[in-house]
Design a binder for this molecule. Structure first.
Ligand SMILES: [Zn+2]
Length: 281
């Protein structure tokens, strides 16, 4: 039986400058896809409009170019993104899904503020305060829509916008993605999205393969992120620092032996080893 071709995506969020962890994830996703004759979609997750900025969208394109990574589908640049590929263009899909879940009685409305939740719960997780209140889904007071189970996570935010977990799942379905590479910090998200997919009967997502890669750490084994002064990739470019370090980290994480300073030799080695990491179980 012929296996369907691998289809994966790069899915950055333009809410800040990309950091080395994003770059590493891009390189690994690209190498795996190209080593397996897969197709790559560039999907920029701009659903959180308040935090997304045009300069950060531009940073994504500059970073991909700097890393020497291409893709098969997706926006060709900033203008094309906003016009044809923004998640705004798929709002209807997300709203239909929300409506369906609501009609199947799988959601409830919640008017709790962050403060309410803090006061009601020791660990800051939502204790289900509004579950039994049976509030209408629309009303004067802003309300979020939450799932009835699985931690009651939010699918529609108080500002009426669909939330990340829903949008990411719908998009992966919409674009026929069947292999997802993401950092181990997103294991919780994957679990929520799989739960949602089961609710919605989204079988393709459930049969997708995942690889949650280890996070980039510094010499002390701490997770590298902007907040810890790892710097942005824009900063690397300004300093004239090359992406070679990221290729090497990618090789190490993918279990490809050797020294790599460019992406082409790394791809060649990955092809030879047929590198295709997946979560077990
Ligand atoms: Zn509530």
């Amino acid at each position: 039986m012929n296996k369907p071709p691998l289809r994966t995506r790069l899915a950055p969020t333009p809410s800040g400058l990309l950091h080395p962890g994003n770059g590493l994830s891009f390189v690994m996703t690209w190498v795996i896809a190209r080593a397996n004759e897969g197709r790559i979609l560039l999907r920029i997750d701009d659903i959180d409009k308040e935090r997304c900025r045009e300069e950060y969208v531009a940073d994504i394109f500059r970073t991909l170019e700097w890393l020497g990574l291409d893709y098969d589908e997706g926006p060709s640049g900033v203008a094309d993104f906003f016009q044809n590929w923004s998640q705004e263009t798929r709002l209807g899909l997300y709203e239909n899904a929300l409506r369906e879940l609501q009609q199947q009685d799988l959601l409830f409305a919640c008017t709790c503020s962050r403060k309410d939740i803090r006061l009601a719960s020791e660990d800051g997780s939502y204790p289900g305060t509004c579950l039994q209140r049976d509030l209408p889904f629309e009303g004067d007071k802003a309300r979020s829509w939450r799932t009835r189970e699985h931690g009651h996570f939010v699918l529609r935010r108080k500002n009426g916008r669909p939330a990340y977990q829903l949008v990411s799942l719908i998009d992966d379905e919409h674009f026929g993605i069947n292999y997802i590479v993401r950092g181990a910090d997103l294991l919780g998200s994957t679990e929520k999205q799989r739960y949602l997919a089961r609710l919605m009967g989204k079988t393709p997502f459930l049969s997708s393969s995942f690889w949650h890669h280890p996070l980039l750490t510094d010499a002390e084994g701490q997770k590298l992120s902007k907040s810890q002064g790892a710097g942005s990739l824009q900063e690397w470019r300004t300093l004239g620092r090359s992406p070679a370090e990221l290729y090497q980290r990618a090789a190490d994480m993918l279990g490809i032996p050797g020294k790599f300073e460019a992406v082409e030799p790394l791809l060649k080695a990955a092809k030879k080893l047929k590198v295709l990491p997946m979560d077990q179980g």
